[in-house]
Design a protein around this ligand. Sequence first.
Ligand code: ATP
Ligand code: MG
Length: 202
Amino acid sequence: MAEGNSRAARHKRAMQRKKEHVDKRIAAATESRGLLIVLTGNGKGKSSSAFGMLARSVGHGLRCAVVQFIKGTWDCGEQRLFADNPLVEFHVMGTGFTWETQSRETDIAAAKSAWANARALLRNASVELVILDELTYMLTYGYLDKAEVLEALRGRPPLQHVVITGRNASRELLEIADTISEVKDVRHAFNHGVQAQKGLDY
Ligand code: ATP
Ligand code: MG
């Protein structure tokens, strides 16, 4: 076979073309600003992805904050890891979720109190990354005023990144997001009788 058509030569040409394409796209992406990232869908991986970005940010010395809008994740590994880190401010919603408290009033009060923390963070330009974990449910259940939440997100400091997680992200939230990932549920061990695993699920 001629040298020019060998597998190695074809691979080299393909990689050169790919590199030119990627280099062009990197050169075109010149903007740097605060992003709104929404991680939604029914599959596993939304909160753990958000905490992955927290780990990256802390690694770069950025000042970060997390507001968790549901209880039950108190003993999660990420909170243990970041609890004493001076770069990370943690707020966990005080009471349980609907099926635990079964009181709409208690849930709404807890949601509002967690939201007060979030709103203050969304006005604080020195906080570079804000994670609003499971925020979508507060909007789905009507616990928080959607217009107020959207307004706070839109009016946040221009360089501040926000990551929102939770299923069924509302259309209005998706409209103002810069990056959206929908995690698809293909299979989950829990649905086959496996209990939540330390380190993987919490
Ligand atoms: P993770 O925190 O693992 O990234 P998640 O944030 O995408 O998960 P949540 O809906 O917040 O998903 O659920 C949190 C818990 O429920 C985790 O223990 C997770 O493994 C589990 N879980 C997530 N998706 C599913 C699913 N499709 N079926 C069963 N359990 C799930
Ligand atoms: Mg989650």
